[in-house]
Design a protein around this ligand. Structure first.
Ligand SMILES: Cc1cc2nc3c(=O)[nH]c(=O)nc-3n(C[C@H](O)[C@H](O)[C@H](O)COP(=O)(O)OP(=O)(O)OC[C@H]3O[C@@H](n4cnc5c(N)ncnc54)[C@H](O)[C@@H]3O)c2cc1C
Ligand code: SF4
Length: 291
């Protein structure tokens, strides 16, 4: 078990991609989140999973409880604006009648799941019914209006024509249905970041059973951290079943070094913001949720 102050605890880190062509075709990266949840559903490890599906506006996510492969696939691709995943966590154990709940989400949402398990405040039945948690890497997130401004004002594309958005190599990249690629420098997007993200001290979903993101691996592949006993068990069975192609992270470029570099930028920067909050105003600090 590796225990790293920036990357959390993990047993293995690999580069991987799904072998399921249907999933891979529409995946954000290597299709890890979708393939794992479909596998867990088909194996009876979960009986439903909270995912970020399509909302009522283009690229506005709507969390929902998916209970079939078809529905899990509806949540493919990253939507870079807030999807309140945890709003369904209790309801999943009520009207949906789930006993084994799966959750996908970014780092803060995975923290919320673990907190609900350990400190279940008005969360009856939830702690024992969380079966499998897949966390995504996350540098920052945006409000819907902000993503609209970034795409429509900075890359000059209409949101409804966008096929995929990506953040990488210092750019916010937009791929359109008609084959255009438009970019905005990442620096131009920073002022749109959700302020709550600037006190976030987790980059690679340290509390997931498995966590995954794009950074560190080549295009079309994902970087994967396998962290808990639950995660190890599911990952090894899924690899044995031929669901993933894998490569040791040491053999791919840019590899773990870049993940570490970005984790440091995020965590060290946000620690400074927390410090400023402690010294904000005259004799009246702003609240520190970690105190
Ligand atoms: C806001 C945000 C910021 C990110 N920042 C980074 C980053 O800095 N570095 C990095 O390497 N990777 C980042 N990622 C993760 C990356 O973009 C991919 O989501 C991840 O690699 C999963 O790819 P996949 O092919 O396995 O997912 P797919 O198989 O395509 O499935 C997509 C999964 O993402 C979930 N999802 C989509 N949108 C949201 C959302 N808004 N909130 C919660 N869950 C969502 C869906 O429920 C689904 O499980 C970010 C993702 C998001 C949503
Ligand atoms: S930066 Fe942190 S707080 Fe913001 S969305 Fe990502 S995980 Fe959540």
């Amino acid at each position: 078990m590796v225990s790293d102050p920036y990357l959390g605890k993990y047993t293995t880190c690999i580069s991987a991609r799904s072998t399921d062509r249907e999933i891979l075709k529409k995946a954000q990266d290597g299709g890890i989140a979708t393939t794992l949840m479909v596998y867990a559903l088909e194996e009876g490890i979960i009986d439903g999973v909270i995912v970020a599906g399509e909302g009522d506006l283009p690229w506005k996510p709507r969390p929902f409880v998916a209970m079939s492969r078809k529905d899990i696939l509806k949540a493919q691709k990253a939507k870079y604006n807030i999807s309140p995943q945890i709003s369904w966590i209790k309801e999943a154990t009520r009207s949906f009648g789930l006993d084994k709940v799966g959750v996908t989400g970014v780092c803060c949402q995975i923290q919320a799941v673990r907190k609900a398990q350990l400190y279940p405040i008005n969360m009856r039945d939830v702690p024992g019914k969380i079966a499998f948690v897949v966390g995504l890497f996350c540098m920052e997130n945006f409000l819907y209006d902000s993503i609209q401004a970034i795409v429509e004002d900075h890359t000059n594309q209409s949101l409804s024509s966008v096929k995929k958005m990506r953040i990488g190599k210092g750019k916010f990249q937009v791929y359109t249905e008609r084959g255009n690629v438009a970019t905005a420098p990442l620096q131009a997007t920073h002022k749109y970041g959700q302020p709550g993200c600037y006190v976030c001290l987790d980059y690679v979903s340290n509390l997931g059973d498995i966590s995954t993101g794009s950074v560190g691996s080549p295009d079309g592949w994902s970087t994967v951290f396998v962290r808990t006993r639950v995660g190890n068990d599911i990952w090894s069975k899924a690899v044995d079943a031929g669901l993933f192609e894998t490569k040791p992270i040491e053999e791919v470029k840019p590899g773990l070094e870049l993940v570490m570099k970005l984790a440091k930028i995020k965590l060290d920067g946000n620690r400074k913001t927390l410090e400023e909050r402690r010294n904000f105003g005259v004799n009246k600090a702003l609240r520190d949720p970690y105190a």
